[in-house]
Design a protein around this ligand. Structure first.
Ligand SMILES: Nc1ncnc2c1ncn2[C@@H]1O[C@H](COP(=O)(O)OP(=O)(O)OP(=O)(O)O)[C@@H](O)[C@H]1O
Ligand SMILES: [Mg+2]
Length: 381
């Protein structure tokens, strides 16, 4: 088992964790959250997702050791917020994480039926976690009334939600591997078609525009080969769910801004939204351009804040909470990608998404306070 774990954890800059097996053997119930929070998480490479972890048995063995470490880290982060007991959302989130921590510790990987049930239950408890934690941070900001507090909340949510994203994806991958699909390896498509994924996300958002607002912008999606000619779509081994999530958020923003700035339907053709997907051997790159007037220069890097939105009132299918961009950037970063924006004030916005495509070099980014450097936090617009 030790050799197996060493092989699937991938090469990463962290020292391998203290084997939690000792805790399990000595009685799971005696091993505290603090003990697990002090252990180092073990980021998984895309290569391992597709090979060793395509087998539910060994994967379950890994999860039962790894998930408590990552859940404990999040529990500790909440407890480090001095006022957490005064904020109902943080209390609720803490309770859910504690319950999942104990639950996964007690799950038996040798019993696949019950283990799948345990995984489903843990995933279910995470369902509204983004809303819960964002609301909790909004309330904390009100309580503290401190200047420059957004920096703390953004960093906190980046680390918390990136940790959560990794757990959710690993657990979903386990469930998908337990129910094989012809085209996929768990939640990974070994031949993910970037152009088709962008087109599907585009259709979905255009339908939402039509249904909700009764009108939709013009959208063009194109793929280019490395030579720069329109040609075969860039394909790569990737988690299509991540790409779909990011494209939906970018297109929702571009559609909303385009429709806002173009009250007259006849003008929509002069403000098309254009998506270009291209690739070289190492990266798939996608650009989303709109001509919706751009983001005001004074907004600057606040656009990446979980606290910034120009959406007023109730959430709509196109905008709502101000979390679409920061969450999309986290999704891009999870396997080593980047998301950047360039706004041309008065003209439009370009979003640049870069995703790595060499499976052995793609490794999860798992924020960890015990590591020498937590997730780098940059406000690059
Ligand atoms: N393409 C764009 N053109 C103009 N403004 C944009 C564009 N993309 C984002 N913005 C601005 O940035 C803000 C934050 O975007 P973000 O996607 O994070 O949140 P949101 O769209 O307001 O809500 P949510 O995405 O959570 O539904 C938007 O409210 C909008 O003011
Ligand atoms: Mg948005």
């Amino acid at each position: 088992m030790a050799t197996f774990l060493a092989s699937v954890r991938g090469t990463w800059w962290r020292i391998p964790s203290i084997p939690s097996k000792r805790c399990r053997a000595g009685g799971a119930r005696h091993c505290s959250v603090e003990k697990f929070a002090a252990m180092k998480p073990n980021p998984v490479s895309m290569h391992s997702w597709m090979h060793e972890f395509a087998k539910p048995g060994p994967f379950a063995e890994f999860l039962v050791e790894e998930m408590p470490i990552r859940f404990a880290e999040r529990i500790r982060w909440i407890e480090q917020v001095q006022e957490w007991k005064d904020i109902p959302e943080l209390v609720d989130s803490h309770m859910k994480h504690k319950a999942s921590f104990s639950y996964i510790r007690k799950a038996e990987p040798q019993d696949p039926v019950n283990f799948q049930k345990a995984v489903q239950k843990v995933l279910k408890r995470q369902e509204n976690m983004v809303e819960l934690m964002t609301l909790g941070m909004h309330k904390l900001r009100k309580l503290r009334r401190a200047d420059n507090f957004d920096h703390f909340t953004n960093k906190f949510l980046d680390n918390f939600l990136l940790n959560r994203l990794g757990c959710n994806l690993l657990l979903s991958h386990y469930l998908a591997c337990a129910h094989p699909h012809r085209k996929m390896i768990g939640i990974i498509d070994p031949q993910c078609d970037a152009v088709e994924t962008c087109k599907a996300a585009g259709q979905e958002i255009l339908s939402a525009c039509q249904d909700f607002l009764g009108r939709k912008p013009v959208l063009r999606v194109e793929g280019f080969s490395q030579e720069g000619h329109q040609g075969p779509a860039p394909r790569f081994a990737y988690i299509p769910g991540i790409l779909t999530f990011i494209m939906r958020e970018l297109l929702k923003n571009s559609c909303r801004a385009t429709l806002d700035i173009t009250p007259n339907d006849a003008d929509l053709a002069s403000r098309p939204i254009e998506v270009v997907a291209c690739a070289n051997a190492a990266h798939v790159m996608i650009r989303v351009s709109d001509r919706a007037g751009g983001i005001p220069i004074e907004v600057g890097n606040r656009v990446w804040s979980y606290m910034y939105t120009t959406s007023s009132g109730k959430a709509s299918p196109l905008s709502g909470y101000g979390v679409g961009l920061p969450l999309s950037r986290l999704h891009a970063r999870y396997m080593g990608g980047t998301l950047e924006l360039i706004s041309l004030p008065g003209y439009g916005t370009n979003a640049y998404l870069s995703l790595p495509r060499v499976d052995k070099e793609m490794v999860e980014v798992v924020p960890d306070e015990d590591a020498p450097a937590a997730l780098p936090y940059s406000f690059t617009v």
